[in-house]
Design a protein around this ligand. Sequence first.
Ligand code: NAP
Ligand code: FE
Length: 366
Amino acid sequence: MNPIFFMPTKVICEKDAIKTQGHLIKNLGDTALIVTGRHSSRANGSLENLTTVLKTNNIKYFIFDEVEENPSTETINKIKKLHIDNGINVVIGVGGGSPMDASKAASVLLANTGMDAKDLFTTDEFKSLPVVAIPTTAGTGSETTQYSILTDHEIENKLAIKTKLFPTLAYLDASFLMNTPKEITINTAIDALSHLIEGYLSTQGNIFSNALAESGLKLFKECIPFLEDETIIFEVREKLLAASSIAGMVIAQSGTSLPHGMGYPLTYHHNAPHGMANGLLLKEYLKSYANHESERIENILKLLEFSNIDELGTFIKRLSTITLNISQNELKAYAEYMISNKAKLKNHPFKITFEELLSIYEKSLI
Ligand code: NAP
Ligand code: FE
């Protein structure tokens, strides 16, 4: 069991959090780089909210608004190139996991300007600028994790950078999520659910992360009846956002497990949204786990109020709108990649074979 619990981010969770507590950014720097996606932060008001507070506090700012879903190393290099000479001393990620992860990676490159984004995968001996995270999806929990996941087109997959970087500040305001389309709400919520489940079952969890995972699962359960609604009230959005940040705190200790490792190629090669890529694998992963140990699985099902693993699987399948056409040979290649990658298997407490991994893929996707 992992003896350490560490999560140093100051999390501010309330409506208008940036307005009331935005002055705290001033303690981190006087020249900010805002890292965000192409559209949503303008549409949901988060960007305007932030820039207003930066102006009030005399913090100069630049905006990079080209972060794509599953950000690539090329994008991180582009951020560095554009902003290397702007005297940036704090980086603010606004959006879903993609802009938040990009802000973390960019904060390392802007503090080590001789580096290329690819170097982020090989060594963790880098300083970074402070990062502020403003999540506008309730899913990744990147605001409370030290991870930044980038797409590496050379290896045709996604990888975590080696530097462990928690945001210094995170502002959680569910107002920015009020108009999130149903599909994004669902796909991201399933990411949070995967984090809670994988974290709870990981070899690296501990008494603290398990307690958080249990409370996160209870919160998630309360949101289930509303996930498919076109309009979701603020209180439920806030619960989902809290569950997602709690899930981040869990995986910050425990890491993720098989579904995340196995889901990345589905996203890279088949455009499966990150959360649902994991979600579709959860049922068979849980069944495989339950062949060895069932008490923890029973706890999860009880907290979510499902009577068995199949019921949980049916729930996720019903929420999914994606169709994946994946051949047997492709699944074999993904299972090969997993089995040869010890780091991706280390959080799973039981020995797993190539055949078992392939079977999880096949039963889930074919
Ligand atoms: P995302 O890729 O950040 O965003 C998905 C889509 O949602 C984008 O089109 C985005 O628009 C839109 N969007 C964001 N907020 C919205 C809002 N409030 N209303 C309407 N649309 C909104 O999705 P994500 O699932 O949050 O993040 C996925 C990434 O996070 C993956 O790269 C994954 O690997 C990573 N991840 C990281 C961690 C971690 O611990 N660091 C954990 C899990 C996953 P714009 O393009 O305009 O922004
Ligand atoms: Fe995830």
